[in-house]
Design a protein around this ligand. Structure first.
Ligand code: GRF
Length: 224
């Protein structure tokens, strides 16, 4: 069982989906600590309700990005965290953090990378007029919204949807693919080969999620 440290900045619905997956035993992992950089992050309350240690380390109280990260890493290490889950953590991670947890940091981005990197990805996709968008779970490397992709989930979108409506649809996908990606990691089934991630240990054609780490909603709704 892997020990997770979850970093958040806001509402924490992805954190909730991970806690729920652990509770219903579809994810074999333990959340050792939740850390927010913002005091008002509702995700802190979600964690406390489940008796998971949850603390705030405000970035505003540190002179540099690195000194803030140093404090976070200290907390992660003291709590025996093996894998860091960025779940709506709205801070850029430095090389220092990435090297401290090399290939052990996961992020979720609300777009089909490499499209629409950075903030407001859902709005950018809506404004651009794409017909399909979605979410991506990837290993974190030194570049923002970059790094080997573990799984992507896609949804068709209509031109009549607002950015908020698109964001809500993407969130439902996020809540399905993030626990799935963490479970694969926990099972030791992910291998990084250059910029690609290989999913090991599946029987050929046994399970759509095993042969194709992508989810297209709603047509493959029951694929996971
Ligand atoms: C999600 O859309 C996530 O992809 C992005 O920030 C949002 C956070 O949502 N990085 P939540 O805090 O998990 O509800």
């Amino acid at each position: 069982m892997i020990s997770l440290g979850v970093l958040i900045s806001g509402s924490g619905t992805n954190l909730q989906s991970i806690m729920d997956a652990i509770e219903r035993k579809s994810l074999t992992a333990r959340i050792n600590i939740v850390i927010s950089n913002r005091r008002d992050a509702f995700g802190l309350d979600r964690a406390k309700r489940k008796n998971i240690p949850a603390i705030c380390i405000p970035h505003t109280e540190f002179p540099t990005r690195e000194s803030h990260e140093k404090r976070i890493i200290k907390e992660l290490e003291e709590n025996g965290v093996e894998v860091v889950i960025l779940a709506g953590y709205m801070r850029i991670i430095t090389k220092y953090f990435v090297s401290a947890y090399k290939n052990k940091i996961l992020n979720i981005h609300p777009a089909l990378l490499p499209s629409f990197k950075g903030t407001h990805a859902q709005e950018k996709a809506t404004t651009y007029g794409v017909k399909i968008t979605g979410a991506t779970v990837h290993f974190v490397d030194e570049e923002m919204d970059h790094g080997p992709i573990i799984i992507q989930g896609a949804i068709p979108i209509s031109p009549f949807l607002s950015p908020d409506e698109v964001a809500a649809k993407i969130l439902t996908i996020e809540h399905r693919i993030y626990p799935q990606a963490i479970e694969w990691l926990s099972q030791g089934r992910l291998e990084i080969l250059g910029n690609k991630v290989i999913l090991h240990g599946s029987q050929p054609l046994a399970d759509i999620s095993d042969i194709m780490p992508c989810l297209i909603s709603p047509s493959l709704e029951d694929g996971f």
